[in-house]
Design a protein around this ligand. Sequence first.
Ligand SMILES: [Zn+2]
Ligand SMILES: [Zn+2]
Length: 106
Amino acid sequence: MYDYSDECARALGYSCYDEYLRSEHWKKVRKEVLSSAGNRCQRCGSPGRLQVHHKTYENIGQEHVNDLLAVCRECHERIHFGPFYIDDLDLLESTDDESFTNRIAY
Ligand SMILES: [Zn+2]
Ligand SMILES: [Zn+2]
């Protein structure tokens, strides 16, 4: 499967997007996004199980604040798979359970 996120991560010297997500840079960015959102989901306001969504992968490694969204797990699932607001069209191609679980970590 063509994976744009992996391609962007490789352009930065990471072997894949997962490796990028384990980098110190991403941990720092992620923390900043969550704390600037008040550690609440920017969609529904829930404080539980927050994740950071990339609206675009184009600026990986130097994300703008506007590229990222602090969301709870449920809203994150909806962003990628739900009825509203799908901006990562390539993700629609993978709806089997395994890749679904993998995606949720993003
Ligand atoms: Zn939410
Ligand atoms: Zn996401």
